[in-house]
Write a protein that binds this ligand. Structure first.
Ligand code: ADP
Ligand code: MG
Length: 381
């Protein structure tokens, strides 16, 4: 598919194709910047990137979602604004390569395509970064070990695009595997695959809501977490045990104490989820997901009426193991872990109930786990 699209835009076949999946935050809400653990799933929705060398010194970019071709002098990774701003993702990867001891390729034609919803909290940004990174490295006859590849993509987003995302997005898109979850110890970071018991499905309900003050609210939560760690005499909340928190509770203001309780207990829930997954106990995993949502609502206070409605409704539905908000909160999406009998009709019924309450239907996405970022063999090469 991407080969035909590439051919219709550029009049020839691509030399290189790479793909990277979107991801779900499975459990571990706001644990990453506290040095804790998180579990994510790479899903069967991807961004693909196709590339062909050009004889001249031009980098030319196209995307299936955008009408215009963008041409830049090769080697000049200048940040773009307005309608061209999407190229900052591949451009950020190109600009970050030297810091990782690699060179950007010479002139090329580039196309990105996607069957992953963009801007829906499934991390299309990490997917386009990782697919681009694999394609650019290949074009210049180079490679990077996976941990550095993931860091390169994150560097592009943090430093070039200017979005302070944690390692979850790139780590899961880079390390994911079908029928597995990716466990990340964010302090290392250290990545580990955890088998997902057979028969597990993900249903995502995106409310398309976004709190107007979301950036400020994230910053406030970050500050409260760091304040709590400082008051407890540790660098990060991941260093705090439940006993330490109980003993030090009197040292904390009310809000930082609630945030700290969420983070400490959420990290413990991630570890408990890994044990339950390894035991094949999806019912126990689901109970942890539902408990995670309750904690986000009551202690971290980053849920909304829309997210609570969906999470509560889903958690009480047949064939659902558990449900929680997924991502930063203050709007966004809810994820349900279900068995194979949960179907489109049931999902639509949930969406209709939500619509009756809030006046708009959430977008529904049924996802399975899938492999992480990879080069795709190009026929005839
Ligand atoms: P999310 O990562 O949750 O999808 P972000 O706002 O972090 O949302 O990233 C979305 C941005 O990534 C888009 O606005 C666009 O700039 C870029 N992007 C992702 N996928 C593509 C694509 N296939 N083509 C062009 N731009 C893309
Ligand atoms: Mg993103």
């Amino acid at each position: 598919m991407i080969r035909e699209q590439f051919r219709s835009i550029y009049g020839r076949a691509p030399d290189i194709v790479a793909r990277a999946p979107g991801r779900i935050e499975f459990i571990g809400n706001h644990t990453d910047y506290n040095g804790g653990a998180v579990l994510g799933a790479s899903i069967d929705r991807v961004v693909e990137v196709a590339l062909a060398a050009r004889p001249d010194d031009v980098w030319q970019f196209a995307s299936d979602g955008r009408p215009d071709l963008i041409s830049l002098p090769a080697g000049e990774a200048e940040k773009q604004a307005g309608a061209s701003a999407w190229v900052n993702y591949p451009l950020g990867v190109l600009a970050s390569l030297p810091g990782f001891g690699r060179l950007p390729p010479g002139g090329f034609d580039f196309l990105a395509t996607s069957n992953l919803p963009i801007g829906a909290g499934l991390s299309s940004s990490a997917a386009i970064e990782l697919a681009s990174a694999l394609a650019f490295l290949e074009a210049a006859g180079q490679a990077l070990p996976r941990p550095q590849l993931v860091e390169l993509a994150r560097h592009a987003e943090n430093q070039f695009v200017g979005v302070p995302c944690g390692i979850l997005d790139q780590g899961v898109s880079g390390f994911g595997r079908a029928n597995h979850l990716v466990y990340i110890d964010c302090r290392g970071p250290r990545f580990e695959l955890v088998p997902l018991p057979a028969g597990a499905h993900f249903w995502i309900f995106n409310t398309h809501t976004r709190h107007a003050l979301v950036d400020g609210l994230y910053a406030a939560r970050h500050r409260e977490c760091m304040e709590a760690a400082r008051a407890l005499g540790v660098p990060l909340l991941a260093d705090v045990s439940a006993e330490m928190l109980a003993a030090g509770a009197a040292l904390l203001e009310e809000a930082p104490l609630r945030r700290a309780r969420h983070v400490v207990e959420e990290i413990a829930r991630v570890e408990a989820a890994v044990r339950a997954l390894r035991a094949g106990d999806l019912a126990a995993v689901g109970a942890l997901l539902t408990a995670s949502h309750r904690s986000s609502r009551v202690l971290f206070e980053n849920s909304t009426a829309e997210l609570d409605f969906l999470a509560d409704h889903l958690a009480a539905s047949p064939h659902v193991f558990g449900a929680r908000l997924t991502g930063g909160g203050f709007g966004g999406a809810v994820m349900a872990l279900t068995d194979g009998a949960f179907d489109e009709a049931q999902a639509r019924a949930v969406a209709a109930t939500y619509e009756a309450e809030f006046g708009v239907a959430p977008a529904i996405l049924h996802a399975r786990t899938a492999d992480g970022a990879t080069l795709v063999p190009v026929a005839g090469r």
